[in-house]
Design a protein around this ligand. Structure first.
Ligand code: DHB
Ligand code: MG
Length: 217
């Protein structure tokens, strides 16, 4: 069998992490504070955060929409890659998480550039204008990923980015004995993304698998 890479070899992943810009102090502290506050430890990791920054920089992104703020880690990472007049609308359904994130974002001095919107993705996304964002990062409840994609394709401008977390379904993607609903939702989402006429995307083996897609004109 021919294989181009062994992207999930743990030694390679450790090597990649060792050759990635280190996690900034503000994000390291946020990770600790979030754990201490009892938030679920399901945020993106430092390597994925750096990768998102690179992708947004290449794209010259100014305005980003995020579905699933959690404690604000990914929003605070992404905002670092935006120009001074850039901004993020990040949507969070769980009030406790939204309130934690707002405090962390204020403490980091980013309340102007990052707006935490309360509600579910399907409450907030329909209020955002067509072609108004350079990128969307979807990292929320898995059963709604398809609906978030549809809204994202309306909100992101042609040539903009569709970024989606957890393509590897928490590492259980290929476990055929796993009938978990979220895993099934990710599997269905991946099939749709792979065949979608309006997105040219690929799953990148960073974190739990990251879809990086471009909205075709
Ligand atoms: C989990 C991980 C995630 O990145 C996420 O968005 C949701 C859940 C998890 O490991 O359970
Ligand atoms: Mg995720």
């Amino acid at each position: 069998m021919s294989i181009e890479t062994r992207p999930t070899d743990p030694a390679i992943l450790a090597y990649v992490a060792d050759h990635t810009w280190p996690e900034p102090e503000v994000l390291a502290r946020l990770r600790k504070d979030a754990r201490a506050a009892g938030l679920p430890a399901i945020s993106i990791g430092p390597v994925q955060a750096r990768f998102l920054q690179i992708v947004l920089s290449i794209a010259g992104a100014r305005h980003v929409v995020e579905v699933g703020t959690l404690g604000g880690y990914s929003a605070l990472a992404m905002v670092e890659a935006l120009p001074a007049d850039g901004s993020i609308d990040t949507i969070e359904a769980e009030p406790r998480h939204a309130s934690f994130a707002r405090e962390a974002i204020a403490a980091a001095g980013e309340s102007e550039r990052i707006r935490v919107q309360d509600g579910g993705g399907l409450d907030v996304l329909p209020g955002l204008a067509d072609d108004s964002a350079d990128a969307i990062f979807i990292d929320a409840d898995k059963e709604s990923y398809g609906a978030y994609l549809d809204e994202g394709l309306r909100i992101v401008r042609p040539g903009g980015l569709i970024l989606v977390d957890n393509a590897f379904a928490f590492g259980r993607l290929l476990d055929e004995s796993c009938a978990d609903e979220d895993v099934a939702a990710i599997r269905a989402f991946n099939e749709r993304m792979a065949a979608h006429p309006r997105v040219q995307g690929q799953i990148v083996a960073v974190g739990d698998g990251l879809w990086v897609g471009v909205k075709r004109a």
